[in-house]
Design a protein around this ligand. Structure first.
Ligand code: HEM
Length: 357
């Protein structure tokens, strides 16, 4: 990272250049990040109204902000500004002791027994779905994978077949995700943000009435486990906290996984020899009955998950707010953002798909 010994000053851009930057950051975020870095270096401050946004590039920046050793940065303040109206109080929008408390309770849904249970339900569902895909012809990866991950979310997260509610809930859910980063940041009737806030209400109305029954029941889906989660003193989540966590978790899990699987599919389609290597790798493993260990050790590290994430990482950027001053730090990382494209900073683990990005 550049040595910053003098106070950082916002870059000077005229009106036309500012408009061009805004357009470019939406239309081609990777190029936007790369150009900013090339032109101004690893630390770039921009003024946006009263706010100062600082872009940080490179491995040092990532470790500074993500490790956050001296608690300089706030997740809550930054993410509240970005997705706070649609996903308030999600785990990622919390800091310090509050974050720790909520995260500990949430562990109930991610213990290894729960994970084994989810996997056992997912495998047959995924097999059935894949069997229904056409063997020939064209199939669009993104919408197909999106449907698959949404159906899986209904089973694993909610423990139910959504039945007649399926369409309404799927639409509400998709609207909340689409509205999380609107181009027009005002909730005026008709705007995406306005529709997102209404869709969020639909999801709240869907989850809230089920909580009492889930608390009393024996379900092992994520929703039931969060309803029953308790700390050592017997404290659990309030009804509204459960709803807030569920809505955030569905977004955090669904959008990222769909995007990652799509980039893997794309990478494999472009590199048929990788498909052969993966097929050979799978032959030596018992993929008829995969365990969570097989999945962790093999799928993630070796079979392209990393590759897909590196080429087109799913999350947008890491937003952090420096306390107490009003600044957003953007650690550019993603979909097109620059993080893993910084070949001077990152190399992939040795894997069967090779190292270079
Ligand atoms: C390929 C898939 C995924 C990717 C690339 C991904 C990426 C990320 C990233 C980068 C963050 C941190 C953002 C920040 O702090 O600024 C995050 C947070 C989080 N993700 Fe994921 N995620 C994925 C899948 C999932 C899934 C499947 C779930 C849930 C089942 C999930 C739940 C969460 C939660 C709860 C947080 C907040 C954690 C905390 O603040 O302690 N994610 N994810």
């Amino acid at each position: 990272m550049t040595n910053v010994s003098t106070p950082l000053q916002p870059i000077q851009t005229g009106l036309l250049k500012s408009i061009r930057y805004i357009k470019r950051s939406y239309n081609n975020p990777l190029k936007h990040g790369q150009d900013l870095r090339r032109e101004y270096g690893d630390v770039v401050m921009q003024k946006a109204g009263k706010m100062r946004v600082v872009h940080l590039f490179g491995a040092d920046a990532h470790s500074l902000c993500l490790l956050n050793r001296d608690k300089t940065f706030s997740n809550k303040k930054a993410w509240d500004m970005i997705i706070g109206r649609i996903f308030p109080n999600g785990l990622m929008l919390r800091d310090g002791d509050d974050h720790r408390y909520h995260r500990r309770l949430m562990q109930a849904g991610f213990k290894s027994k729960a994970m084994h249970g989810y996997l056992g339900q997912m495998i047959p569902q995924i097999r059935d779905e894949i069997a229904s895909w056409p063997a020939q012809g064209t199939m669009m990866a993104y919408p197909t994978l999106k449907k698959l991950t949404l159906d899986l979310a209904a089973t694993i997260f909610l423990g139910m077949d959504l039945g007649d509610d399926s369409r309404a809930i799927n639409t509400a859910f998709e609207t909340t995700v689409a509205a999380s980063m609107p181009r027009i940041p005002f909730a005026i009737p008709g705007t995406l943000l306005w529709r997102g806030i209404k869709a969020r209400q639909t999801m709240c109305n869907f989850f809230l009435p089920m909580i009492a029954q889930r608390r009393a029941g024996e379900g092992n889906d994520l929703f039931s486990l969060l309803c029953k989660a308790e700390d050592e003193e017997g404290r659990g989540y309030t009804d509204q906290e459960i709803v807030d966590h569920m809505i955030f978790l569905m977004m955090a899990a669904h959008d990222t996984t769909t995007s990652t699987l799509t980039s893997i599919t794309y990478a494999l389609a472009r590199n048929p020899e990788w498909q052969e290597r993966i097929a050979a790798e799978l032959d030596v493993l018992d993929m008829q009955n995969p365990t969570t260990e097989t999945m962790n050790g093999t799928i993630e590290k070796r079979l392209g998950y990393q590759r897909g994430l590196a080429d087109v990482p799913a999350p947008f950027h890491f937003a952090k707010n420096e306390q107490p001053r009003i600044r957003i730090w953007r650690l550019s990382n993603s979909r097109g953002r620059i993080g893993h494209h910084l070949s001077d900073s990152y190399a992939l683990h040795e894997g069967i798909l090779g190292q270079s990005v």
